[in-house]
Design a protein around this ligand. Sequence first.
Ligand code: CA
Length: 479
Amino acid sequence: MKTISTLFSMAAVIGIMMGCGGESNKSLVDQNRKNLSATLSSQIDLTTAQSTLNNPYIIDAKTVINWVNNWQKNRPCDVKGKLIILQVGEAFIDDGVHSFIKHDDVNVFTFNKTGGCSNTDPMFDRTDGVSVIPKAVLSGQMMDGAFQMYNIDPINDMILIVAGGAENEKGMSENSAAVARFAWSMKYWGLAHYAVLDGNIQYMLNAQINPSIKDSGVNSLDDIFVAKDSTPPMSGTHSVKEIKAMNQGVMASLTEMINVVKNCPTKAFILDARSADEYNANNSVKKSKTEASICGENHDQQCYTAIEGHIKGSKHIDYTDFIVRDDMTIDINKDGKVDALDASYRYKTAEEILNILKESGFDAKCQTLYTYCRTGTRAALPAFIGTDILHINTKLFDGSWIEWGRLAGKVGTVDVHGNLMLREDSPWRTDIPELTEKLTYNPSNLVAPRIRDGSTLKVDEYACSADKIKCDDINYLKN
Ligand SMILES: [Ca+2]
């Protein structure tokens, strides 16, 4: 009983989800992916724009409206179950009436996933054997907790992930990243029936700025938005074990990341999706926060990673560069101003995205795209783009800087308690010129311990591999 309630609460804080995988759809999706890859390979200059909407994973407003209005009639023919909408952020933040996509709680459910999962919650810590990663990819147990909570059938239901509104521009962008993170998690666990709305709901599902949706019977906000979200049914019986089609290749472990940087850098394009200040270790502006607030003189201040800088060879591209934030024309959120809060946050076209990558040196023919940020949310946006828009070999380094920046082994590098981070001869230390550029050390009294205080998770600075999360996930499916 205790285990079950813990799972429910984990899933509640979190934000999980998921979809499915009928074989017929899977082969269609695979074929589509193959076709798109072939197109990309043969026309690498992409002189003709590839529409991002030509894709089962990125859908347009009309499709969403048709699904919501009559799921039984308009659902994809290979999807047999319910429509589960995961909405990240309430629409029209201060409105209170048009907050969520409408739902009948029979065929269509809309769940509020505002905030996603928090890296301050120990429930989301996982160990890769070497280090503890806050907010790591969800374990099988956590996935099942979410399936139970939201009554998700991972084989037959369609999961639609959409971005709502936020109080500031940063929040709007973070909603887009959280949506991509959900999609990436589904890809990792092998769910086939998931889709993301291109653009946020308050722009795309608003007839005032997107009149094309009037064809689908939406003339006002009242036609598509309601005040309340669905109540989680807490009645699910399905398990991620039913899927059996994991795509662990979309995640890079620390083992792989270090190997790539040391041994095959020309085969990898490593994208640092953080801000320029984080990338450049501009400490006066930005340090890399951790989940702990036990630092400073009185042990009550924010903690940071031991080192700042970036992974050697990585290129900085802010994750917001891939989304449209300047197409506002009217005051959508009714705050008296027309600014970026009123923009669509749609994905740029595949051609534009590829050009951004190529300008930074990406070779789509020969290189795998690796992405990372601080905790793996912002990096999920370019990872989702690589996987589900460009259909290129893409891997998210889930440990990101919150792991990399803690693996410091220089003699005398200690945390706020005075404990060593790593011994100098640990094979996992990253504070060496072969692995890290712009290497800068944070003052000891601001450095979080390598493991959260009180955590029971095991780490080993001499571990043979850092692949424990992947191994644990495979084993969960087998047992
Ligand atoms: Ca506005």
